[in-house]
Design a protein around this ligand. Structure first.
Ligand SMILES: *Cc1c(COP(=O)(O)O)cnc(C)c1O
Length: 402
């Protein structure tokens, strides 16, 4: 695109006309602590937040917050440099060891975000002249990692391990197979027990991005890879993020010692980016301990998920096949999803409308996420509000649904 302000304005107008203009809402206050912790104040109004990824409520946990100030006093507000320069401090190092133990891997390497972890891992393990194979509904950071790597990106149908297997059987140049563990916009889980042996037989790296499974799924919240009984041999590259169930910020890749040392030496997003603040690592250590130890958070979450699904089904709402805290309601058209989201906000609920290109054309949705911060009564009230918000859909939106 040449430098042309009119072209930018035209692009923005086209986005707005298509109902695709994204906007931010300013959170003015969060009710940290206490029993109303899922509530936030936006535009002067209190809303129950049903779209955060703080699945266990740890972002607002007193002990996690309290870990920040003393660590900042000791190590500074920021790390001051990349890990390989002077930015790698004691809290980072201890957190890496604890993440390795938590995931049952020899080593873990911290990255500043999950986006950077995926870019770094894929570009380190795949390159020009090779193929990266991915699920069609993978997170954008996995897709972008493949693009940046220079490898050819091939995609298989969502959750279709047999289709992935056919590609792996036909070609000898697939360097890496990548999949979300829990799909971020759909809430379903990848067919890992089928994918792992296929990747191993083809001698392709298998990368599982369990951003939404770690802390939530499996015994002790060890994620969908552990729940499927898959070790570092079956899943050599396990990516986790720290900004979701762990409630803080950052990400990591876990694997065996040689794999992780190779990643440290070659991942450009690791080498050339400032280490996350040591205080954040210190707070994450507390969050990790709580996530592993406090089974009641997960038990409460499972009860809320079951309650939501039963109530929504009884009310005639079309649920997705998700058994995780991500519970999308497919609306169809982007404008209809935005309208439903606005109606919910009027009723006191914050539920994000997710539109293309984040999700495929014609599958705009309300993405409800449940958290251990919610109460049963919050979920019941949400279902009633969803029924009302979706009933007021305009006729044009109904037609766009198919
Ligand atoms: C959120 C997310 C990421 C990105 O993690 P950040 O730490 O937010 O950059 C990567 N993969 C998946 C599947 C995600 O949901």
């Amino acid at each position: 695109m040449r430098r042309d302000p009119d072209a930018l304005a035209a692009d923005l107008a086209a986005l707005a006309a298509a109902g695709r203009l994204r906007s931010r809402r300013v959170v003015e206050r969060v009710r940290a602590g206490g029993t109303d912790a899922a509530r936030v104040v936006v535009d002067g109004r209190e809303l129950i937040d049903f779209c955060s990824n703080d699945y266990l409520g740890l972002a607002r946990h007193r002990d996690v917050i309290a870990a920040l100030a003393p660590a900042a006093a000791e190590f500074g507000a920021g790390s001051g440099a990349a890990h390989l320069v002077t930015g790698h401090s004691l809290p980072h190092h201890a957190l890496e060891e604890e993440l390795a133990a938590f995931t049952g891997r020899e080593r873990a390497l911290l990255f500043s975000t999950g986006y950077l972890a995926n870019l770094g891992a894929i570009t380190a393990f795949a390159g020009r002249g090779e193929v990266v194979l991915q699920d069609r509904l993978n997170h954008a950071s996995l897709i972008d990692g493949a693009r940046l790597s220079g490898a050819r990106l091939l995609r298989y149908g969502h959750g279709d391990a047999a289709a992935a297997g056919r590609v792996l059987a036909e070609r000898d140049d697939v360097a890496l197979l990548a999949t979300d563990g829990v799909f971020s916009m759909d809430g379903d889980v990848a067919p890992l027990p089928a994918l792992a042996p296929l990747a191993a037989r083809a001698r392709a790296w298998l990368l599982v991005d369990d951003a939404h499974g770690l802390g939530v799924l499996g015994a002790g919240g060890r994620g969908c890879v552990a729940a499927a009984g898959l070790d570092a041999d079956a899943v050599p590259l396990l990516v986790g993020t720290l900004g979701k169930a762990f409630g803080t910020f950052g990400a990591f890749v876990a694997g065996d010692a040689t794999t992780i040392e190779f990643l440290l030496q070659h991942a450009r997003t690791y080498i050339y980016s400032t280490a996350l603040p040591p205080a954040v690592a210190a707070a994450t250590r507390v969050a990790l301990r709580l996530a592993a130890a406090e089974e009641w958070r997960r038990e409460h979450l499972w009860q809320l998920i079951a309650r939501f699904r039963a109530a929504a089904a009884a009310a005639g709402l079309q649920l997705a096949v998700s058994a995780t805290p991500i519970q999308p309601l497919i609306v169809g058209g982007a404008a209809a999803a935005v309208r439903a989201s606005a109606a919910l906000r009027e009723a006191g609920f914050w539920v994000a409308a997710i539109r293309p290109p984040t999700v495929p054309e014609g599958t705009a949705r309300l993405r409800v996420t449940l958290s251990a911060l919610h109460r049963a009564a919050d979920v019941d009230a949400l279902v009633a509000a969803l029924v009302a918000a979706l009933a007021t859909r305009a006729p044009a939106a109904r037609m766009a649904k198919r």
